[in-house]
Design a protein. Structure first.
Length: 689
């Protein structure tokens, strides 16, 4: 059982997801005793469930709440500006918390947004079910190095999608595809069966085409078969050519973006009939019968979607989470399921530029070192032996590189990182964070982050700080099960500088740190070695970094990671805070987050002040994570807003007064760009607005 329930230190129920390291507490007026019950009590899938008696529940955070009757018909969806009162009845309540939770009660029901409570009138039995976002592949497919085997494997990826309806655009209804490994013959478990959708993707026998088609085949539940003409076809005779002037890969990408976005719009006719910002925007420009589309079989719905030109909906599409640049080698097939699980766009590199270390960083270091008070975090000059590659720019929040070379401006994805993620063990204890400062000259960063990690009262952190470790002591730290290591100190070609010498991570074979920040010079190779020895993801440097810049980057990253931002998005946000920002890169799984965001999806707020003092424009930008993926919903709690938006929409903005802005900023701690400076919402006093 992945979900666990217990009594909190205060009165209430604590729900724990030990794999994803999530905790959420529901307050009660007095102590309660949870008893395990059958999960079949709930209409929606849950991993575990309990019952207990109480007269009310209090939520620690502001979240959307859906109320249905026992047949699944939605009675209300409650936003922050709402309250709700319903008479005695049977109610199913969905709480959109970081851990998905469902309640069943037989009572009256009052939702009070003033104190974030659900009141049942009098003591009643409450059934509580919870579901983890963690998904484990159903099995492993073995392939040879033939392109036909790659096609057969990709054709089975759709077995992990839990529905063929437009609701597949919800991240919780898309499971992890089966993993792939290279072998001597093709083998697939008998219970891995793709859905019968009547949809096929026909492609020439080129590995690059097959890899680019993988996310679309997964999402549509389509078979991938050899064909002389690249096309998307259905059993009913519909055909959509893929060999467009933009190329086959880009057309596969366009179809995926188009179908996914259409699904997000159509699903508002289904189980979640919410007021969606993107649907309103589309309806203002084109007449589409979403109700009719929702009811069509998947193949007919696909034909109807593709009858609408891509350019019609493109201006309203959300920003994509991840574009991955994948070398078209047989070995890359092993990484495909993990990229597809993230619904990543897959491109194969064509005109990738090979470059030396980014010259802007070399110039910046030399300029700053002219000030005698500055120093770098290396012990000696370190000529780089790395071959840098610069992937083609992409319209996405993140980019990943799969192949040879050290990427500039993209994550270095490795199969070891994703496999380590799958073998992640359950954690019964608090979230362990270790800070190591191995140089007294760098204590400023240690002091800054000491006030950050563990500052969120609702999350149980155990923060340990070590100073001036020996090689044996640092080795022991790396072998302890830890969610995050923040290392401050000198790193060079020989490894981590310790009080008695250097520790070379290439000599380690048992690392149990999940994620890390190696805030020293040229820590890239040491970081990759930690991944190979057991870590999942980390942030490293490509060459020398100036100490003052490293302090600023390290402190900013600590705040973002503490707030639930995944590694890659945290780094992308922090890069602009220092001249050395582009010298940092993610290795391994950039989607890993060490904590949960308060609202489920990490948010960034950009504030612009009007010439008319006291009036502001605020833009709310969400960042999908591995836990809250593409297709999730957010509802910005601005003024009286009741409109939902997709969690990767970067176009949503509001006009507010100073008082409305101040009220919004106090709802939860989030990064805010105010007057071109990155601040934190709960630390901005009213007089600074």
């Amino acid at each position: 059982m992945t979900m666990r329930f217990g009594c909190s230190d205060d009165d209430g129920i604590e729900v724990v997801d030990p794999i994803e390291r999530h905790r959420y507490e529901l307050g009660t007026p007095s102590a309660v005793t949870p008893n395990s019950i059958d999960i079949d009590e709930f209409r929606f899938p849950v991993d575990a469930a309990v019952s207990f008696r109480t007269s009310s529940l209090t939520l620690p955070t502001v979240v959307p709440i859906y109320v249905r009757d026992t047949d699944g018909t939605m009675l209300a969806h409650v936003t922050p500006s709402d309250s709700l009162s319903l008479p005695d009845g049977e109610y199913a309540i969905e709480l959109c918390t970081p851990i998905k939770m469902y309640l069943r009660v037989s009572s009256e029901l009052t939702v009070d947004r003033t104190n974030q409570s659900l009141d049942f009138g009098e003591e009643t039995t409450v059934l509580l079910g919870a579901r983890s976002h963690h998904e484990h592949p159903a099995g492993t497919i073995t392939v040879t190095d033939s392109v036909e085997d790659a096609m057969r494997a990709v054709s089975l990826f759709g077995s992990a999608v839990k529905t063929t309806s437009p609701e597949r655009s919800y991240p919780t209804l898309r499971g992890h595809p089966p993993t792939v490994e290279l072998g001597d013959s093709f083998e697939a478990p008998e219970d891995i069966v793709a859905p019968e959708t009547g949809i096929r993707i026909e492609l020439p026998r080129e590995r690059s085409y097959v890899y680019a088609a993988a996310p679309l085949a997964y999402y549509l539940g389509a078979r991938v078969e050899p064909g002389s003409v690249p096309r998307l076809v259905t059993d009913s005779g519909f055909e959509h050519r893929l060999d467009t002037p933009d190329g086959v890969e880009r057309e596969l990408e366009h179809v995926l973006r188009h179908v996914f976005f259409f699904d997000c719009l159509c699903r508002t006719e289904g189980l979640y009939q919410v007021d969606l910002h993107e649907r309103r925007a589309v309806e203002s420009t084109v007449d589409i019968d979403f109700e009719r589309l929702y009811g069509l079989p998947s193949d007919e719905r696909l034909e109807a979607y593709l009858s609408v030109p891509y350019e019609t909906l493109e201006p309203h599409q959300p920003e994509w989470k991840l574009v991955s640049h994948v070398a078209p080698s047989a070995q890359s097939a092993e990484l495909l399921p993990f990229l597809v699980d993230d619904l990543a766009i897959v491109r194969t590199p064509t005109q990738t530029k090979t470059t030396a270390a980014p010259q802007i960083q070399v110039d910046a270091v030399q300029e700053f070192l002219r000030d005698g008070d500055e120093f770098t975090r290396s012990t000696a000059s370190q000529p780089s032996s790395m071959e840098f590659v610069e992937p083609e720019s992409a319209d996405a929040v993140e980019q990943a590189w799969v192949g040879e070379g050290t990427p500039v401006g993209a994550n270095k994805a490795t199969i070891e990182a994703y496999r380590n993620r799958l073998s992640r063990t359950m954690a019964d204890d608090d979230i362990d964070i270790v800070v190591v400062c191995n140089d007294t000259q760098m204590s400023e960063e240690r002091d800054d982050i000491d006030q950050v990690y563990g500052s969120r009262e609702e999350l149980p952190f155990d923060v340990q700080i070590h100073r001036s470790l020996t090689t044996d002591e640092l080795t022991e730290v790396l072998r302890e099960e830890t969610e995050f290591l923040h290392y401050i100190g000198h790193i060079d070609q020989g490894g981590f500088e310790c009080t008695d010498g250097r520790l070379d991570a290439r000599e380690l074979d048992d690392v149990r740190v999940d994620a890390f920040l190696l805030n020293g010079c040229t820590s890239y190779e040491q970081g990759l070695s930690l991944i190979e020895a057991g870590a999942i993801g980390g942030i490293v440097t490509l060459s020398d970094v100036i100490n003052s810049g490293a302090v600023r980057i390290g402190s900013t990253l600590a705040r973002l990671l503490n707030g639930g931002f995944p590694l890659s998005v945290a780094l992308e946000t922090a890069r602009g805070e220092s001249i050395v920002g582009s010298q940092y890169v993610v290795v391994g799984d950039g989607g890993l987050a060490i904590t949960q965001a308060e609202s489920g999806t990490p948010l960034l707020c950009v504030v612009e002040e009007h010439e008319n003092k006291g009036q502001y424009s605020i833009q709310i930008r969400g960042y999908p994570t591995d836990r809250s993926g593409m297709g999730g919903l957010i509802v910005p709690y601005v003024s009286n807003n009741e409109e939902y938006t997709l969690n990767s929409n970067s176009q949503l903005s509001f006009e507010v007064s100073k008082s409305e802005l101040a009220e919004f900023l106090q709802l939860e701690g989030m990064p805010v760009r105010l007057r071109h400076e990155l601040r934190w919402s709960d630390e901005i006093p009213l007089y600074e607005l």
